[in-house]
Design a protein around this ligand. Structure first.
Ligand SMILES: [Zn+2]
Length: 76
């Protein structure tokens, strides 16, 4: 079970009560809930940045071909 901790000084955006927000992490997401009302919120902690390098590596073969084409065109 995830550990839910109160966040000091945080005001609930729904009911406006301070120190009523609890936060915890579960399944790669940051969850928040208010114990004074039924407010809940969540946001992703895992940014998709890690997937970008593999996508770039898969398309690295193309630039070399483009350079050869440019050299052929620029010959007199
Ligand atoms: Zn609230």
């Amino acid at each position: 079970m995830p550990v839910k901790r109160f966040i000091a000084g945080v005001v609930c955006p729904r009911c406006g009560e301070m120190d009523k927000i609890r936060a915890w992490q579960e399944a790669g997401q940051q969850h928040r809930e208010c114990v004074a009302c039924d407010f809940t919120d969540q946001l992703d902690l895992q940014a998709p940045v890690n997937e970008l390098p593999t996508r770039v590596n898969q398309t690295q073969a193309d630039p070399a071909d483009e350079i050869q084409v440019v050299r052929l065109i620029t010959k007199p």
